[in-house]
Design a protein around this ligand. Structure first.
Ligand code: PMP
Length: 443
C-alpha cells in the first residue's frame, strides 16, 4: 500500500516524485476526533480532515441516514425536471440555518469549488437579466482561497494556486488582504488597515468602471490563507461599497459555515448580510461530498419569471444527490442537537489562548491568529523582529514532531493551521496544545 500510494496515486501539493521522497500519511481508521495511520499510530485530528469533519468520525446518526438512503433511493438528482424528497428536506434545513443571513434558496453542488463557480456564474447572469451585461468582473482578496476550478482559481489570492494555469478569467481584481501582521502599508492597526483596503477598493472600482463589476467575494475569516481575521469593520465597509456601486457580495462560507467560527455563519460575526453564500465541508461533515450556493430574495427574484435566460445552466449530475442530501439532513440535525457552535466558541477560545501561551514560550512563533471558534493558526518565523518566515522544511519538522506527539495539524508554510472537529473536548484541546509544544521544541 505504501509503495502504491507513492507510485500510482497522484497527490496534490506535490509532484509525482515527491510522494516517494516524502510519503503522504495513509490513514486507515478513525473514531471520534482520533485518526489511526497504517503503522497503527493514533493522533487527535486537529485539522478535522480538511476543515470539514465538524461532527467527528463515528457519528451513528449520519452513518445510518446514509445507509437507509442507499437502500431506498441511491440516485436521482435535482436536475432537469426531477427531484427527490431528501434533497427537498435538505434545502429547507439549509435555508433555516441561514435565514438570519437573508438567504432564501439553495442550489446543491458536489463541493466548495463547484459552489464558488456557480456563485460567480449566477452573479454575471443576475446582472445580465437586469439589463447590465457589462458587469462581468470580480473583486476578491489577496490570500483568499476559493477552490480549484477556473472560477475559484481566478479569484484566489495565492499566486501558488494560479500561475501554472494562467491565463485565468479576465477582469479579476485582487485587493490587499486584511492581514495586520504583513501588508503593503505596514499598518498594524486592524481598523486602520480596513479603511486603507476600503480606499483601495474604491480606487479600483473607479479605475475599472463600477458598471463592469459583477461581485466581490471574500471569506469572512480567511482560512487557507492563514486564518486571517479581518477587523470587525472590514466586511461591513465592503458591504457598503458593494451597495453603493450595485456590486453583489458573495460570502465564501465553505469553511466558516455551520458553526466552525462559533456562530452558524462567518458573516454574522461582522453584522453583514451577503447576497450569496457558498457552502461545503461542514454541510455533511465530510461524510459525503456536497456543497451549496445560496442566494437572497433579491438575487432569486431576478431569475423568477424570466424566460429561458433565467435558467441556470450550472447543473451537475450530482446536484442534490439523495445520499448526499441524507448526509446533509442528518449532519445538520446533529449539529443543532449538539449545539456545536457553542462548543466551537468555547474550545476555540481555549485553543487560541493556549497558542498565545506557546508564543510566549517559543520565539519561533511570530503571530497567533484565531479567537473566533475552531480556526487557529501559528505563523512561524526565524527572526521575530524582522518577521522572517521560516522555510518549509522547518514547518515540516514541527508538523512531524507534533504528529508523533499526538496531534495532526495542517501545514501551510510558514503557517501551522488548526481546525479540529467541533465536538472536541477540553482535555483533547489540552492534548493538542501539548503536542504542539513538543513540535515547536523540535524546531
Ligand atoms: N472556498 C473555501 C473558503 C475553501 O476553504 C475551499 C476548500 N478548502 C474551497 C472554497 C474549495 O472547496 P473544495 O475543496 O470542496 O472544492
Amino acid at each position: 500500500l505504501k509503495e502504491n500510494n507513492a507510485r500510482h496515486l497522484w497527490h496534490p501539493m506535490g509532484h509525482p516524485g515527491e510522494a516517494q521522497a516524502n510519503p503522504p500519511k495513509v490513514i486507515t481508521s478513525a473514531e471520534g476526533v482520533r485518526i489511526t495511520d497504517i503503522d497503527g499510530h493514533q493522533t487527535i485530528d486537529a485539522v478535522g480532515g480538511l476543515w470539514c469533519v465538524n461532527l467527528g468520525y463515528s457519528n451513528a446518526t449520519v452513518k445510518d441516514a446514509i445507509t437507509d438512503q442507499l437502500a431506498r433511493l441511491p440516485y436521482y438528482s435535482a436536475f432537469a425536471g426531477t427531484s427527490n424528497p431528501t434533497a427537498i428536506e435538505a434545502s429547507q434545513m439549509v435555508r433555516e440555518f441561514f435565514a438570519e443571513d437573508g438567504m432564501a434558496r439553495v442550489f446543491f453542488t458536489s463541493g466548495g469549488s463547484d459552489s464558488v463557480d456557480v456563485a460567480l456564474r449566477l452573479a454575471r447572469q443576475y446582472h445580465r437579466l437586469r439589463g447590465e451585461p457589462t458587469r462581468t468582473k470580480f473583486l476578491s482578496l489577496k490570500k483568499g482561497y476559493h477552490g480549484t476550478h477556473f472560477g475559484g482559481a481566478s479569484v484566489n489570492g495565492n499566486p501558488r494556486f494560479r500561475h501554472a494555469y494562467e491565463p485565468l478569467l479576465p477582469g479579476c481584481v485582487h485587493l490587499p488582504a486584511p492581514y495586520p501582521y504583513r501588508n503593503p502599508f505596514d499598518e498594524t492597526d486592524p481598523a486602520a488597515l480596513a479603511q486603507r483596503i476600503a480606499a483601495v477598493a474604491e480606487d479600483e472600482i473607479a479605475f475599472q468602471g463600477a458598471d463592469t463589476i459583477a461581485a466581490f467575494i471574500m471569506e469572512p475569516i480567511l482560512g487557507a490563507g492563514g486564518v486571517i481575521v479581518p477587523d470587525p469593520s472590514f466586511m461591513r465597509l465592503m458591504r457598503d461599497i458593494c451597495d453603493r456601486h450595485g456590486i453583489l457580495l458573495i460570502s465564501d462560507e465553505v469553511i466558516t459555515g455551520f458553526g466552525r467560527t462559533g456562530d452558524w455563519s462567518g458573516a454574522r460575526h461582522w453584522g453583514v448580510q451577503p447576497d450569496m453564500m457558498t457552502l461545503a465541508k461542514g454541510i455533511t461533515s465530510g461524510y459525503f461530498p456536497v456543497g451549496g450556493t445560496m442566494v437572497n430574495d433579491k438575487v432569486a427574484e431576478a431569475f423568477e419569471g424570466a424566460d429561458a435566460d433565467g435558467s441556470i445552466f450550472s447543473g451537475y449530475t450530482y446536484s442534490a444527490h439523495p445520499v448526499g442530501a441524507a448526509a446533509v439532513v442528518a449532519t445538520l440535525e446533529e449539529t443543532l442537537r449538539q449545539d456545536l457552535r457553542t462548543n466551537a466558541a468555547a474550545r476555540g477560545t481555549q485553543l487560541y489562548e493556549g497558542c498565545l501561551r506557546l508564543k510566549d514560550k517559543h520565539d519561533i512563533v511570530g503571530d497567533v491568529r484565531g479567537g473566533h471558534g475552531l480556526m487557529t493558526a501559528l505563523e512561524l518565523v526565524s527572526d521575530r523582529d524582522a518577521k522572517t518566515a521560516v522555510d518549509a522544511e522547518t514547518v515540516k519538522r514541527v508538523h512531524q514532531a507534533a504528529y508523533e506527539a499526538g496531534a495532526m495539524v495542517r501545514m501551510g508554510p510558514p503557517n501551522l493551521l488548526m481546525s479540529p472537529p467541533l465536538t472536541i473536548s477540553e482535555a483533547e484541546i489540552d492534548a493538542v496544545l501539548s503536542a504542539l509544544d513538543t513540535g515547536l521544541s523540535a524546531a
